[in-house]
Write a protein that binds this ligand. Structure first.
Ligand code: F0G
Length: 463
C-alpha cells in the first residue's frame, strides 16, 4: 500500500486504507492525514522535474494546476483523477500594492486563486476530494459552506455528472455571487437557520446517516489538492522559497495543507528552506488568534509534537458557547468560530514558525480596495491576508526586504455588495453593509460621479 490514511495523533497513529471514508480517526477522534510510503514511490528528485509537463498542455491532467503535481499527491492513479481545468492561477508581482503593505517594490506577490473555474481556491481541494468520492463509489457529495466550497462542489458535480451535490448554507450568511453559483449549477441547496458552524455540525450528522460523501476540509483528500497552491507558488518563483506565506484563516484548511506541503517537500529534500506562515483571522471570527497568540487562561495553544492541550481548546469553546458568542464579519467566507482543522493548523504553525494576527473590518476593506486598485481584486476574506501582511510589516515581524506571498483566495465578483458599499455614493448602503460593522471611512474609495445626461456637463467633468 503506497498511500493510506493516518491519524495525526502521535499516540494513536492508526492507519486506514485509501478506499475507506472517515472524517476523523475512528479510534481517537483526531483528524486524519493522507500519507504515503515514499520509499515505494518514486517522488521527483527536484522540483524542476515538473517543468517537463509544461509542454504537455493538451493532456488535461498536465494542464491541471493540481494534477500536474500528481507525483506529490499520488493517492489515486492519475487516470482516476477528476479535472475541470482547476489551478490555472497566477502569482502577481504586486508592485502597486507593495507600498501599502510596506515592503520594498518587487517583494510582494499575490497568488490569485480567483482564476479557478468556480472563482476560488476551493477547486484545488475539490478536484482531489471529488476524485476520491467517485473512486469510493459515492453517488452524492455534501458540504457545509460559507459559499465557496458549495460553489466548487456544485461546479464539479455539474461539469462531470459523476456525483450529485448537496450543499448546506447558513441562511443570510452567504454572498450572492456564491449562492447564485450553487443554484445555477443545480446543486440541492439547503439553507438552514443558523451560521456556518451550525451548518458544519449538521452536515456531518446528515452525511453519516444518509451515507453522503462529505467534502468539507475534515476530508483529508481535500487538503491534498490544496497543497498544490504552494507548489504553484514555488513554480512561479522558479522554485525559490519565499520568506512568508500569508493566508486568511477560516476553517484552517489552507493553512493546514500548506504546512503539510512544506513538511513533505522538506522531508523529500525538494526544498532546503521553509517559509514562515502567517494566518490572518477576521477580528469577528478570531478563535485561532485568541488561542494561539492571546492565550486562554494564560495558556497559549501549541502543537507540542501532537500533544496539544485539548482541554484548553475545549474550555475555550465551552466559554464561547456559554457567552453565546457567534462569528461575525463582513469577510463572510471566514465567518467561522469553530475551525475544524485547528489541530492540523497548529502543526503547520509549528513547522513553519508561524504567527497569527487578527484584522478589523476597516483594515480588510481598505486592503481590499488596494488589491482592487492593483488590478486583480478579491473578495473581503482574501484581503485579510494583505491587511495582515501590512500589520506584520508595521510590527517589524515581516522585514521590508522579505519576499511575501499573500494568497488571494476568492474572486472579486463573489461579493460585489462589499465592494459597491465601499466605493459607492449611497450613505445608506454604506451604513447598512459596512457602517454597522464598524467601518468608518472609505479612504481608498473610487466614487462614481453622477452627471446629468448633458454632453457639455459630461465633458466638463472629464476635463
Ligand atoms: N477565503 C475564502 C474566499 C474562503 O472561501 C475561505 C473558506 C477561506 C478563505 C478560509 O479558508 O477554511 O481554509 O481557512 N471558505 C469555506 C467555504 C469555509 O465554505 O467556502 P480555510
Amino acid at each position: 500500500m503506497t498511500a493510506f490514511q493516518r491519524c495525526i495523533n502521535p499516540d494513536c497513529g492508526k492507519t486506514f486504507g485509501i478506499e475507506e471514508i472517515h472524517h476523523a480517526c475512528p479510534a481517537c477522534g483526531e483528524l486524519l492525514d493522507v500519507d504515503y510510503d515514499w520509499s515505494q514511490l518514486s517522488p521527483p528528485k527536484s522540483l524542476a522535474h515538473f517543468e517537463a509537463y509544461w509542454s504537455q498542455r493538451s493532456n488535461l491532467h498536465r494542464l491541471s494546476g493540481v494534477w500536474r503535481f500528481h507525483e506529490l499527491l499520488p493517492f489515486l492513479p492519475l487516470e482516476k483523477c477528476v479535472t475541470i481545468g482547476e489551478g490555472q492561477t497566477f502569482l502577481q508581482n504586486a508592485q502597486r500594492v507593495a507600498p501599502y503593505v510596506g515592503v520594498r517594490s518587487g517583494r510582494l506577490f499575490l497568488q490569485y486563486e480567483g482564476m479557478n473555474p468556480s472563482g476560488s481556491f476551493k477547486d484545488n481541494g475539490m478536484s482531489a476530494a471529488f476524485s476520491h468520492g467517485f473512486f469510493v463509489g459515492a453517488k452524492r457529495a455534501a458540504c457545509a459552506s460559507t459559499g465557496n466550497t458549495s460553489a466548487s462542489l456544485a461546479i464539479y458535480a455539474a461539469c462531470t455528472n459523476l456525483m450529485q451535490a448537496v450543499v448546506f448554507i447558513g441562511s443570510g450568511k452567504i454572498a450572492y455571487g456564491k449562492l447564485s453559483q450553487a443554484l445555477d449549477y443545480g446543486a440541492k441547496t439547503i439553507q438552514i437557520q443558523g451560521d456556518f458552524d451550525d451548518a458544519m455540525a449538521r452536515v456531518q450528522q446528515v452525511s453519516k446517516q444518509l451515507d453522503i460523501y462529505l467534502v468539507n476540509s475534515v476530508n483529508p483528500f481535500r487538503l491534498e489538492g490544496q497543497k498544490t497552491i504552494m507548489f504553484r507558488v514555488l513554480e512561479s518563483m522558479n522554485w525559490d522559497v519565499p520568506d512568508w506565506i500569508v493566508v486568511p484563516g477560516g476553517n484552517l484548511g489552507n493553512s493546514s495543507s500548506f504546512g503539510k506541503a512544506f513538511i513533505e517537500l522538506f522531508r523529500l529534500g525538494l526544498i532546503n528552506k521553509v517559509p514562515r506562515l502567517a494566518v490572518i483571522n477576521a477580528a469577528g471570527a478570531n478563535t485561532l488568534y485568541r488561542l494561539y497568540e492571546q492565550g486562554h487562561h494564560g495558556q497559549k495553544l501549541r502543537w507540542n509534537d501532537g500533544h496539544y492541550d485539548k482541554n484548553l481548546a475545549a474550555q475555550f469553546f465551552a466559554q464561547m458557547d456559554a457567552e453565546g458568542r457567534k462569528a461575525s464579519t463582513i469577510a463572510s467566507a471566514i465567518e467561522i468560530n469553530r475551525p475544524v482543522n485547528l489541530s492540523k493548523c497548529l502543526r503547520a504553525l509549528d513547522f513553519c514558525n508561524g504567527v497569527v494576527r487578527e484584522v478589523s473590518e476597516q483594515e480588510i476593506l481598505d486592503a481590499k480596495a488596494q488589491v482592487g486598485a492593483g488590478g486583480l481584486g478579491c473578495e473581503p476574506a482574501s484581503a485579510a491576508s494583505v491587511a495582515g501582511a501590512r500589520k506584520l510589516v508595521q510590527e517589524g515581524v515581516i522585514g521590508k526586504d522579505e519576499r511575501v506571498v499573500c494568497i488571494l483566495t476568492g474572486h472579486q465578483l463573489k461579493d460585489p455588495n462589499a465592494t459597491v458599499a465601499y466605493h459607492g455614493t449611497s450613505a445608506e448602503f454604506f451604513e447598512e453593509t459596512l457602517g454597522k460593522r464598524g467601518v468608518k471611512t472609505a479612504e481608498f474609495a473610487n466614487k462614481p460621479i453622477s452627471v446629468e445626461n448633458d454632453l457639455s456637463k459630461i465633458i466638463r467633468v472629464l476635463r
